[in-house]
Design a binder for this molecule. Structure first.
Ligand code: HEM
Length: 527
């Protein structure tokens, strides 16, 4: 009797195990042999579980490993059970430049926002187009030019800091200087208030954007468990996880404080009956003043806070990483650096005593080589490298280059993988060569560059980012001569030793130079 009661649970246990094993085998056979994407190559684990992609993000090498997979398997790779990454040239137009309604963003983006998604994270296309309309003037070139003086003020602090390093003949980390500068500019342009990082050097003021981005990318890669993870992770007593969760919370609190302060300032001005207000139309103020075209209603404070959060996340790490990588690429390709400086010397006068930077209009019209360097930098080392996944919703599916993908498939171009597709950019795709854009056949391809995304969901901040990058590059290169601090590295660069070698990169969903960028600067080039 006793023996029987012990055996019964055993039998039950075996039966459950057997059912699970059969289910698992059937699931794997389905994913590998019968699933509509079964014919597409990719790693085994990617075809059976999204967890594979979670670990790819956590490895901090996701975009580069995906690029390697494309090199190995070709232009179509299955990187998740329902996920396709594609590097065919025609995919860019087919996925991103068609109606966004037919190919909306996937659940991956839910991880980037909360209950009230912002313009970046929303999957609702009509919500998106209304919000985007609210914002478009604030991000226009006309408005950015009106705010140029605030970029100049921050640039002047940056120049002063570099001058001090130059005078003291000290080696310094240019990556850190640029990062602090970009964060301060974002504060000024978005909220009319610099974060004062350049002045205070207070690292606690750096918004923990990387933590949030990594958390969002890794959890967004596993949509089936996303909501559970959002609940569970803040409760897990694991320091690394807590670091990421706290990073997100700190960014959200910073956004919230920035909105409250600006609302308070505007209210105080109104109370004091300053009729001409607001005098500074930063990005947030434009949103505060925006009205719904039909109802005339303003955005709620929660909406303002989620958009402010988006500005901090989308506008800081991206711009500073792009500028750092441009410096890296020029310092490791001294011929290009030389050409940039000669162009500056020939086409722009020295900056006046009271001038911190060249106006963006002058740069655009007179520095074509610098423009090509910026473009080549975006091609070879794009930073917004997470796959920009879209869901196929048309009942007939989507066909690209003879490959038919059914309704429901998640399809993406990862810009790092695409910008390194030899079939599109040639076998020298790893070589930093700004002059490639002087060749008509390549110049024509600039419409394919994906560093800011493309189509209706492309980056709204691209004018702000490129204006900032042009101004930083032209002003710094006109005032200082930068050299790599490490002599052996500088010598290798002089000998062409970095031709065709990509910088050491790291990605939290957004890429960056993996190491510091240690340099020396010499003053007074153009004076
Ligand atoms: C070099 C710097 C930047 C890069 C490389 C970059 C890249 C991108 C990319 C690739 C997207 C499209 C994402 C997608 O399709 O899912 C995007 C969207 C976006 N970016 Fe940027 N970005 C940069 C700077 C900025 C700045 C300075 C801001 C604002 C302060 C900004 C705000 C946004 C917003 C709000 C979106 C969502 C747009 C929409 O869905 O309509 N970005 N960015």
């Amino acid at each position: 009797m006793y023996l029987k009661s012990v055996e019964q649970p055993h039998h039950l246990g075996y039966a459950i195990l057997a059912i699970l094993a059969i289910y698992l085998v059937a699931y794997i056979v389905y994913q590998r042999c019968l699933h509509p994407l079964a014919q597409y190559p990719g790693p085994f684990w990617a075809s059976v579980t999204d967890v594979w992609q979670v670990f790819e993000f956590l490895s901090l090498k996701q975009p580069y490993r995906l690029t390697d997979l494309h090199e190995h398997y070709g232009p179509v790779v299955r990187y998740g059970p329902d996920k396709i990454s594609i590097t065919h040239e025609s995919a860019v137009q087919a996925i991103y430049q068609k109606s966004s309604k037919a190919l909306p963003k996937t659940e991956f983006y839910d991880a980037f926002g909360g209950a009230h998604p912002n313009v970046f994270g929303t999957r609702d296309e009509s919500h998106h187009s209304l919000r985007r309309r609210h914002m478009s003037h604030a991000f226009s070139m006309a408005n950015i030019k009106q705010m140029e003086q605030y970029i100049d003020e921050n640039l002047s602090i940056l120049m002063q800091k570099i001058s001090e390093e130059a005078t003291a003949e000290r080696t310094f980390d240019l990556k850190k200087f640029l990062h602090y500068y970009v964060i301060d500019v974002l504060g000024d342009l978005a909220f009319s208030k610099s974060f004062d990082l350049q002045i205070t050097n207070d690292t606690s003021r750096v918004p923990p954007v990387k933590e949030h981005t990594l958390l969002a990318s890794a959890t967004g890669a596993w949509p089936a468990l996303l909501q559970s993870l959002k609940w569970l992770l803040p409760r897990l007593p694991i320091p690394a996880v807590q670091g990421l969760v706290n990073g997100r919370r700190d960014c959200a609190e910073l956004a919230s404080r920035s909105v409250q302060r600006r609302l308070q300032e505007l209210q105080t001005s109104q109370d004091q009956k300053e009729v001409s207000l607001p005098q500074r139309k930063d990005l947030l103020t434009s949103l505060i003043l925006a009205k719904h075209p039909d109802t005339g209603k303003h955005l709620s404070q929660t909406d303002l806070e989620t958009e402010a959060f988006g500005f901090i996340i989308a506008g800081t790490h991206t711009t500073s990483a792009s500028t750092t990588l441009l410096f890296y690429n020029l310092l490791h390709n001294p011929e290009s650096m030389k050409q940039c400086i000669s162009e500056l010397d020939a086409n722009l006068p020295p900056l006046g005593v009271d001038e911190a930077a060249y106006p963006v209009t002058d740069i655009e019209s007179s520095l074509p080589y610098l423009r090509n360097c910026v473009k080549e930098n975006f091609r070879i080392t794009p930073v917004f490298t997470m796959p920009l996944a879209r869901r196929i919703t048309a009942p007939e599916g989507l066909t690209i280059e003879g490959h038919h993908f059914e309704k429901g498939t998640s399809i993406a171009v990862c810009n790092h993988a695409f910008h390194h597709a030899p079939a599109v950019w040639g076998t020298d795709h790893n070589t930093f060569d700004p002059s490639r854009w002087e060749r008509p056949e390549t110049a024509d391809r600039s419409r394919l560059l994906m560093h800011f995304g493309l189509g209706g969901r492309q980056c709204i901040g691209k004018t702000m980012a490129t204006t900032n990058i042009y101004k930083v590059m032209s002003s710094l290169l006109s005032q200082f001569e930068f050299k790599l601090a490490e002599e052996a590295e500088a010598l290798r660069a002089q000998q062409g030793g970095f031709k065709g070698v990509l910088p050491p990169l790291i990605s939290v969903g957004v890429s960056d130079l993996e190491t510091p960028l240690m340099v020396t600067a010499k003053l007074g080039l153009k004076k």
